[in-house]
Design a protein around this ligand. Sequence first.
Ligand code: SF4
Length: 355
Amino acid sequence: MSMEYRHVKIKDLKIGQNAPVRVESMLKEPLSAYNEALGQCKALQDAGCELLRVAFPHADLKGELSQLNIDLDIPVMADIHFDPDLAIAAIDAGCPAIRINPGNMPPFKLQKLIEVALERDIVIRVGANSGSINYRQLLEAQGDRALALVIAVEEQLNLLLKENFGRIILSAKSTDVKETVRANLMLSEKYPHFPLHIGITEAGPGMTGLVRSAAGIGLMLAQGVGNTIRVSLTDDPVAEVEAGYEILRSLGLREHGVHLISCPTCGRRRINVASIVERIKPFLKDFPDGLTVAVMGCEVNGPQEAKSADIGIAGSPSGMILFTKGHVVGECSLDEMPHKLVLLVESLKKNREID
Ligand code: SF4
């Protein structure tokens, strides 16, 4: 088959090639609790989730999955284990993409799914994780688990390619950061024709999950590897999306939302930076994408340390100063501060200093 595929389109969402790195998450409510599930999906959509993976464990939930595809604007990727017939039911329910796990999808049963997927322009993600690896693959990889993950992915990939199916995303995840990075570097080198979904699986709760994910995803993205990401957290999935964009902003790959910087504070601080950051967060969502906002502890070093910021505040003897690009432009009290920041953004927009 032709190897021209470097991107896929899931509905209108382009993944790969020169498209921005996409941010994904997964519904954590069961589809059977439809209202709760829909509420979570809408919250994810509002947070900027671009592709939503949804577990589809049995065909009885086809009605709910179908309704979800109607109620959401973002595309849904059905997560299928063991049974290709379930994947076909998910496609019938309107899902434009399917994720299958090479570890539990019997190759001899794939034929019909591939036929339906070809006919309806469905994207299939071959998503392997540590649990997908079998003894034979591990033996073949001489105990190298990263290589075994690649083997698991490529065995299923080859089945799809044999049937001339090319709308494929590859994914290899492990809980081990270095193992995941190596596996993805190998996949990217060996199969540059297919977009890669990256992440660290079961990264854990809170700080642990965030740091593991940022280390792993960051290492891969910094080497140009990865077209779509999921930060997998034991947390509200909205936090996964926020963390995903934070990683992309940190690497200069996406401008979604405001880039917030704040100083760690030291003995010179004149304001409680942590509490002020919390206070201004609700206002930030209305600010333009890509705007850099700084909250700094003191006027002595704050404006200069944060001179890359479009707008900022710093503690001062009389309260706070406001600054743009390192230049002081006014003063305000704690209560006035959110409104003054809004006015500052409006004036920058008016003067076309920001979009
Ligand atoms: Fe310390 Fe001021 Fe720098 Fe914050 S901005 S770290 S308070 S010197």
